[in-house]
Design a binder for this molecule. Structure first.
Ligand SMILES: C[S@@+](CC[C@H](N)C(=O)[O-])C[C@H]1O[C@@H](n2cnc3c(N)ncnc32)[C@H](O)[C@@H]1O
Length: 207
């Protein structure tokens, strides 16, 4: 960790424990201030996809900076892992990470977010995917309802991207590309909504 030292964090945690034991009151903690080095920065794959109620990465980062709650080579279980913020930080801290979530979308994003792929391999795969996607002309079959959410050009781009990703072999790279493509779909959908009315509340039109 680049900011506070392990010893500082141990001390901060101890002080929190003592304070809570003494009076039993909840403690107000500003994790952004405690771990300022993570300020709004892209950190590994945390921002690969947005998700409701995503955890601030500073929180697991802070707790994994010491062995107070989990030994340095221990295993972390997040049974409501969402998109894997805790799992990614656990893995980055050198721990084993296990997660579960009832939402299949969360599982898909977590799968993609927590795989390790060397940069060169990833760049190579990305080049292949984009090269193929640019050549395809046909929009792959989709339910009619999907077309409501996208402009024709977005639908074509996303469709081609999806086809190109589906053609790479199953494995970590496919998981990561699928998670990234999902975010692309979400952003394109958002663009269409903006073009339609410029307000989030226009979503109601389609509910
Ligand atoms: C607040 S979100 C977790 C967000 C996560 N920390 C992140 O950063 O992405 C809570 C998650 O709990 C999941 N969940 C709710 N009830 C569940 C259940 N009974 N079993 C498994 N997962 C559940 C939801 O699908 C949701 O993804």
């Amino acid at each position: 960790m680049t900011g506070k030292k392990q010893t500082d964090i141990k001390k901060i945690l101890e002080d929190y424990y003592l304070s809570f034991q003494k009076d039993g009151y909840p403690i107000s903690v500003n994790f952004r201030a405690l771990v300022p080095e993570l300020k709004k920065a892209e950190r590994f794959t945390h921002l690969i996809h947005s998700y409701p109620a995503k955890l601030l990465a500073n929180i697991p980062y802070f707790f994994f900076a010491t062995d107070t709650l989990c030994p340095a080579n221990g295993t972390v279980l997040d049974p409501f892992c969402g998109t894997g913020t805790v799992l990614l930080e656990a893995a980055l801290s050198g721990r084993n990470a296990l997660g579960a979530d009832a939402n299949p979308l969360a599982k898909l994003i977590t799968d993609g977010k927590t795989v390790y792929i060397p940069k060169e391999q990833l760049q190579e795969t990305l080049k292949t995917i984009l090269g193929k996607a640019k050549k395809y002309r046909r929009i792959i079959e989709h339910p009619d309802a999907i077309a409501v959410w996208y402009s024709t050009s977005s639908l074509r781009q996303l469709s081609n991207l999806q086809r190109a990703i589906s053609e790479i072999k199953d494995g970590p790279q496919k998981k990561l590309m699928n998670a990234g493509a999902l975010e692309g779909q979400r952003l394109k959908m958002f663009n269409k909504l903006l073009a339609l009315g410029g307000r989030y509340k226009r979503v109601n039109q389609y509910q």
